[in-house]
Design a binder for this molecule. Sequence first.
Ligand SMILES: CC(C)(COP(=O)(O)OP(=O)(O)OC[C@H]1O[C@@H](n2cnc3c(N)ncnc32)[C@H](O)[C@@H]1OP(=O)(O)O)[C@@H](O)C(=O)NCCC(=O)NCCS
Length: 163
Amino acid sequence: MLIRRARIDDAEDISKLCAELNVTRSSSARTGFVEHAPSPEEFRRRIIGNPLFFTAYEHHELAGFVAAYRDDRMPEEDITKALDTKERPFVYCELLGVKEGYRGLGKILVQYLFDHSRGPYWSATVCAPRRNRPAEALLRLTGWKPEQKVESDGLTFQFYRHE
Ligand SMILES: CC(C)(COP(=O)(O)OP(=O)(O)OC[C@H]1O[C@@H](n2cnc3c(N)ncnc32)[C@H](O)[C@@H]1OP(=O)(O)O)[C@@H](O)C(=O)NCCC(=O)NCCS
């Protein structure tokens, strides 16, 4: 397994995996990004000059990725406005995706982010109308603490913080 900084030409693979891991808000799937699938072009923008976007490849297959951002280059998402009032600097861990068959990689990617940046960290996961229990378990296991909940576009997000 090769974990390294994302490159611009990883964007297609990342967008594809992100689409694969998407679920609708009414889905009964156990885990998944809820109706959130940035295009390859959008991922290219998020990767360029970003030292906190990492990918994990196994035999040229994208096995997982973690997309995080410093507070001065946050992705333009409604939900990130909730962090406008937080003390800076911070790192926002937005997306963590692991391809089916690579379970166990999630905690390795979170640790990789911690090893290559300095906190505090923020993250958020959808908790209603559906809960993402694997994501919640992973965040708990890696030491994140739940903070406020925020509504956006009919979804409730639970924010987490890690020192
Ligand atoms: C959430 C996700 C990243 C977890 O990745 P992962 O590689 O399975 O995570 P890990 O195995 O390292 O998880 C650590 C802990 O989380 C829990 N966990 C992970 N997957 C689980 C599952 N499918 N069911 C129950 N618990 C699970 C376990 O407690 C696990 O610890 P253990 O291995 O010691 O039992 C992955 O399921 C995923 O990509 N989901 C789709 C995208 C998504 O929803 N991302 C999160 C929001 S950004």
